[in-house]
Design a protein around this ligand. Sequence first.
Ligand SMILES: [Ca+2]
Length: 194
Amino acid sequence: MFRTRLSFMLGSALLPGWHHWGLEGDFPRTPLTIGAPLRGTITRIIALFAILIASSLIFAAPATAGLTPRAQFWETVGFLGDKLDKDAFGSEPNLRELGRDCVLFHCPGNWDNVISALSTTGGGQETSWLEIFEDPGFGGRCLVISPGQSVGDLRLLRRGLENTSEDWNDRISSFIVYRGTGSRPASRCVGFPA
Ligand SMILES: [Ca+2]
């Protein structure tokens, strides 16, 4: 009795209308009572898929966070080698403390005085303003770079270092990334391109 009742309850839960087959005894003759439980099952399957699709859309939502402004840096001229992305607003006050070539928890290198190319185009995200400094702690000579700039060879960038034989290659020791929209951030640095 218990087993029958349990199976009846389970059947009712899974297939609404299922119990009508036995109670009314018209299962073979009335196509509508055959269709009812099937329709219920199909409805549940469709509802399940709808929930799964809705869930995937919710979990996929962070992909639209790609609109965050960011600056990008490369270790080698020509946008090659190790790459570093930094979203706005963000900063690195001491690149010596930022690990590079990391494997698990070990970083044999760091980002101090190794950056040879940079971009403020956002690389698929929004553009950014960028301040670069030759010393840690946002110290020393510096440059504020406009949004949308791509500098593939920092050996050619001497803005802010004129009257010396120096360039910005392997010189950056700290930087600040600002949102690309709006006006130039308040900065003591000279601008690039102007
Ligand atoms: Ca430096």
